[in-house]
Design a protein around this ligand. Structure first.
Ligand code: G6P
Length: 369
């Protein structure tokens, strides 16, 4: 498979810009684009109706995709989700039962700890499903059901398009699960699927408009030693992913926190030397997150506010920068909001002069424990 950078400086940049296209491919596989339904071949692969729970295990960025998936499976399908990083999952001696199914998320399909978790669940008699990019991988071969993410080869060590394709697949599965469990009716299914299908166009629009602002902001960000990311709901795992992406490729120390945990620790660190990146679409948590932002502002913290048009209009707090995305449906917000987060990490790393595609000490696929 020949892969080149095209007109991009790095694979990471190319892969960020590929997202609208690869998400279209993933969507075509999982949903019927005419009828706006989830394909039955997909929803039938796991008998969601009979399940009492779901367990998810993964590493790194794939784990954070799973964490967002947890919110969706619980909200749309009332399916309790147990999720952990694979290196803990495999040794925790979790009580498992065969009325749970187990999902494993892995770009490469070869991560040693994730594979060990899969074998553990398989031995416990659970039905297993693999959300993978590499369909010929060990994790795909050893799973009962395979859910390809169809992102195409991902070369940059820091995962970008695989993350948003993993999310697209998990969202489709959560809708399928909600339908199978009688919680999502035909109208709602059509509405949710239609919202998913709007993603590629919305993401292209964002990619075509925010880069100049993000580049200027990244130049500023590259001067700091520590950065804090905050979010609530599905924006919380996104805050973790933002921090992970930044530290992986720019080597700036970054931490992600649930916005509500601010007062339980990280608030002690707030001063003008640690920018706080707040991820807050105008969703049902918005007001709560704004009150956390107020706590940051009151202590002289510098805020980078990543929000949507409604959110930007609703908050009057002074910020170091406000990145305004279009208003989007709640189910696609994590994918759309991934874009500024990825670009911010990317451009900051470019300013720092690091090896963006091959950051020090990191490997694309970790096949040893
Ligand atoms: C490595 C990569 C990450 C990736 C993680 C899990 O740490 O650098 O980008 O998220 O492994 O890899 P997987 O192939 O299982 O998704």
């Amino acid at each position: 498979y020949m892969v080149d950078k095209g007109n991009h400086r790095h694979f990471m940049e190319k892969e960020i810009y590929e997202q609208p296209e690869v998400i279209s491919h993933a969507l075509a596989h999982y949903v019927d684009l005419g009828a706006h339904t989830v394909r039955t071949a997909v929803s039938d692969a796991i008998d969601f109706a009979s399940l009492r729970g779901l367990t998810i295990s993964a590493c790194g960025t794939a784990y954070l995709a799973g964490l967002i998936g947890k919110y969706w499976f619980e909200r749309y399908a009332r399916l309790p989700v147990e999720i952990d990083v694979a290196s803990e999952f495999r040794y925790r001696e979790i009580p498992l039962s065969t009325d749970q199914a187990a999902l494993f998320i892995s770009q490469s399909g070869e991560t040693a700890d994730t594979l060990a978790s899969l074998r553990y669940c398989h031995d416990a008699g659970l039905k297993t499903g693999a959300v993978v990019n590499v369909r010929e991988s060990t994790i795909a071969r050893e799973s009962d059901a395979v859910f390809p993410i169809l992102a195409g080869p991902e070369i940059g060590v820091a995962s970008t398009k695989a993350f948003t394709c993993q999310l697209t697949v998990l969202a489709s599965l959560a809708i399928a699960a909600g339908k199978a469990r009688g919680l999502i009716h035909a109208d709602e299914e059509r509405q949710l699927v239609r919202q998913l299908t709007e993603m590629p166009r919305l993401m292209s629009g964002v990619l075509n408009s925010i880069e100049p602002q993000i580049e200027a902001l990244s130049r500023e960000l590259s001067k700091y030693k520590d950065v804090l990311y905050l979010g609530r709901g599905t924006s919380y795992p996104l805050a973790l992913e933002g921090a992970l992406k930044l530290k992986e490729i720019s080597y700036i120390h970054a931490e992600g926190y649930a916005a509500g945990e601010l007062k339980h620790g990280p608030i002690a660190l707030i001063d003008e030397n640690m920018p706080v990146i707040v991820i807050a679409p105008h969703d049902r948590f918005f007001e709560k997150t704004v009150s956390n932002m107020q706590e940051v502002a009151a202590r002289g913290g510098k805020i980078i506010f990543i929000t949507d048009e409604r959110g930007a209009a609703a908050s009057k707090l002074p910020t170091m920068a406000t990145i305004t995305l279009p208003n989007v449906a709640e189910i696609i917000a994590p994918m759309v909001f991934s874009l500024p987060i990825q670009l911010l990490a990317y451009h900051t790393a470019v300013f720092m002069g690091t090896d963006v595609d091959q950051p020090r000490n990191l490997a694309k696929s970790v096949t040893v424990e």
